[in-house]
Design a protein around this ligand. Structure first.
Ligand code: ACO
Length: 361
């Protein structure tokens, strides 16, 4: 049992939502490869696929675009209470506290209400931390375009909107990762979608799950120059530390999302030198990990190029994981709905290995 801790390799449920093939390095969301979803359908298209049959039958991208726009406007009416709840906290717990204040909105499915509220509350919280007023949403825009606009106070360039859209689409769902599983456990009590999403946000904070992209940039900065790459990486591994942006429980090969995001970073082309340096760090890290951790098959995960992409969009490092959450909310919602409709209360057993009453007496 100890060797299987972390439920490694255990199938916990059937799902129609996403298929993560760790041996082939492939991610499929409702039948669509992630590369295709990110380049052709965007976040609203991905949400329409994830929610079809759970929120409404025959849901399409145009309906999701319109209802998420309406949800952002509705959320903005609650922004004062939400930001007061999240004030002074880091962005992920801040977003968690803010979303917990969202009331049920009559006539609006919680899938839309929550996914629309995320970008509104996050932008307001980040602006408030800089003593700037919240900016109201534009319901005609996509989630990506409006999030950048609400963060900056002015519309973003088309290439930047496309980059953020590809990012939040790419991370919209990913099997039974820790936060999604958390959402399903909570949803299995029939408590509803809102608390399931709030609970998922708590699971996302740890460095082993969503918290790695900021530290990826810290690593690149700390390495400094090409001559330091090898010695820096060796030193960290000898000290027993982990290299952020590498390794994955399911992928035994390169995470397919890494290449989607690397392609997107190239379109932003803010700093070609930064990308070239990161590629050099990546190549050396993979080689050194293979030598230092033989047989572990450690390769690049989604967080490595997430870091470069969000840096190129001038998002503050502290907010990287919260931006991930904006995209992943679509998946959390879908899993919560699937669990509540098709699943049973999740209640596994544990094996007691503590003292017997005789030993404890
Ligand atoms: N750097 C160095 N060693 C590593 C790394 C890494 N990034 N990842 C795993 N290992 C090593 C472990 O030290 C361990 O070695 P050991 O057997 O000699 O003790 C072995 O590989 C297996 O490690 P586990 O922790 O059992 O692997 P697990 O499947 O639980 O870990 C995880 C997956 C948490 C992602 C891990 O690879 C890691 O910590 N990576 C760095 C953090 C990171 O990038 N997180 C973001 C993940 S993606 C996401 O959440 C969206």
């Amino acid at each position: 049992m100890a060797g299987k801790s972390g439920l490694d390799g255990i199938v916990a449920a059937d799902t129609v939502l996403s298929d993560v093939d760790g041996e082939a390095g492939r991610l499929v969301i409702r039948g669509v490869p992630i590369e295709v979803l990110a380049s052709r359908e965007g976040f609203e298209g991905a949400a329409a696929r994830l929610w079809a049959g759970f929120v409404a039958d025959g849901l399409d991208r145009a309906q999701v675009l319109s209802l998420l726009g309406r949800a952002r406007v509705t959320a903005f009416a609650h922004v004062a209470r939400a930001t007061a709840a999240g004030e002074g906290l880091n962005p992920v717990p801040g977003l968690r506290a803010a979303l917990a204040t969202l009331p049920e909105i009559e006539g609006l499915h919680p899938a839309f209400a929550l996914t629309g509220a995320g970008p509104v509350f996050l932008a307001a919280l980040l602006r408030r931390s800089e003593s700037k007023p919240a900016i109201g949403p534009d319901s005609s825009l996509t989630t990506a375009a409006d999030l950048l606009r609400m963060l900056r106070g002015k519309p973003a360039k088309a290439a930047e909107v496309a980059a953020l859209d590809a990012y939040i689409t790419t991370v919209s769902d990913h099997g039974f990762n820790a936060s999604t599983f958390t959402a399903r456990v909570v949803a299995s009590t029939q408590v509803g979608v809102g608390p399931s999403v709030v609970a998922a946000l708590a699971a996302l904070e740890g460095p082993l799950h969503g918290g790695a992209p900021g530290p990826v940039l810290d690593m690149l900065d700390d390495i400094g120059g090409a001559e330091n790459i090898g010695p820096w990486l060796e030193k960290k591994l000898v000290a027993g530390e982990r290299l952020m942006g590498f390794g994955h429980r399911v992928y035994k090969v390169r995470d397919p999302r890494a290449d989607v995001l690397k392609g997107v970073v190239k379109t932003l082309s803010r700093d070609a030198g930064r990308l070239a340096f990161a590629e050099e760090v990546e190549a050396k890290a993979i080689a050194i990990l293979a030598r230092v951790k033989p047989g572990r098959r450690l390769d690049t995960n989604v967080e490595f190029y997430t870091a470069l992409l969000l840096e190129a969009l001038a998002i503050p490092r502290s907010a990287f994981t919260a931006i991930f959450a904006v995209g992943r909310t679509a998946g959390w919602v879908a899993h919560a709905l699937e669990q509540a409709r098709d699943g049973r209360l999740i209640r596994p057993l544990s094996r007691y290995v503590g003292p017997t009453p005789a030993e404890a007496a």
